[in-house]
Unconditional design. Sequence first.
Length: 531
Amino acid sequence: MKRVIDYSRFSDDELQDERSIPDQQRICEDFAEPIAPGCGPIRHFEDAGISGASMITRPGLQALLQAVTAGEVDIVICEALDRLSRNQADIARIYQLLDYAGVQLFTVEEGKIDEMVIGFKGTMNALFLKSLAAKTRRGLLGQVERGFMAGGLSYPYRVVSRGVWEIVPEHGEVALRIVQEFAANLSPVTITTRLNREGIPGPDGGLWSPTTLHGWSSRATGLLNNELLIGIYVWPKQRYRKDPRTGKRIGRPVPDSERGRYPRPHLRLAGLTDELWAAVKARQAATRRAMRVARVYGRRPKFVFSGLTKCGSCEGTFGVAGRDELRCYNHVKRGMCANTRMIKRQEVEARALRALKERFLADPVAFAGFCAGFQEAQNQERMELRGRIIATKREVDRVTRGIRKIIDAIVAGVPGEELKTKMEDMQARKTALVAQMATLEQPEPLLHPSMADVYRKKVEQLAEALEHEDEAQRSAAREGLRDFVTAIIIPQGNELLTVKGDLGRMLAAVASGVGRSTLATAAQSGCGGGI
């Protein structure tokens, strides 16, 4: 007596219901009678509402294959080959397993299955999946272009109806607060900690986490990367493929050049200005730049000078080797450096801050001279820019007067053909000058002669901010300080530490508007000393 089993499956429980399984089982039982007379009861295996794109995620199919491997089956029947799988590699694999076990495979539609049918139908099913995916994307694109939404829902929105979203008012207030606090230099960790302590639920109703905010920039995930907050719907952000090893859908980022951007002004957060959003993007860009040069090793610095302390012997990293103890990495981990010095992190920070307040300004005359030179170079650059703007405006006025004279001459009776070429040349010159003026930025006001005194006060304020009780001010001060201090060199023995700072950049921060050339010139002088 032949031992017969059948397999039934449907993939979309929105288009099909549970009756699909009994219907498939009934036609398989009817088909079994002529090919295996007197086979007795047929064992049924099924997977309801599961895609046929992968065999790994289907418990019914896996149970069937286990029965085959155990030698409990002679014949397998299903309605059609695509019920077993639509994946070309999977269907070939299933057939190999059945053939090795001596099990025959039949389908109601194709009859007895052999290698030729496997090759032909497997190819057709694979092409069907590709065509279905393309048609699905085309349909979604049409919906997006008509103003509807596609893809997964994001915070702070909710679904009103299919493809229609709206802002949840209380969630919108939280999202705006997050954007404001991030632009104010609070870390994602600080922001989410405050939200959790206040009992504000996260997007899934649970706790907030930093990744909910910063997400994955290349995939445009995370609240701070969601342009829908400013009324721009980006689609598609990712495309999903099934991993043949696990059957799981894996998202891959779509290149930015292939992403569409569609206006959705009704989904823009109230109170979120272009300036505020630009501040968020500027901070994210600065963080990415810092990560590329490995100054923060992919995260915010844990301490004030994390990553900036260097060995004076090998120029390698002088990092935390114990509880707040700094040692040369090449000495401790590689045995390649003779610098055996150990120094407390707190001592390094205290010395550096003292150097900022005292040693950098120890010689008031020298420092005032440096500031004077910086001020002179900066003011010279700004005056030159102002002179170029004035000269360009004067030439525009001169060309405009020339054009008017030509027009007056034509009105007075001078033949227009004789003046046409000159008129066109002058008009082209005026257009070029106007375009040139548009590229010239208005110069900042000239620097005040008392810059040295202003800088001294700024340094004192910075030192005070590092000790402030408010985390936002401490965080801003830490990042500001790291922009100024480029390295702290720790030599062997008890020699003084050397702090290397970019005084040109410090003065630029005080001046709040320094051109790149002037900053580069000032930075060449530098400023440092023993601490």
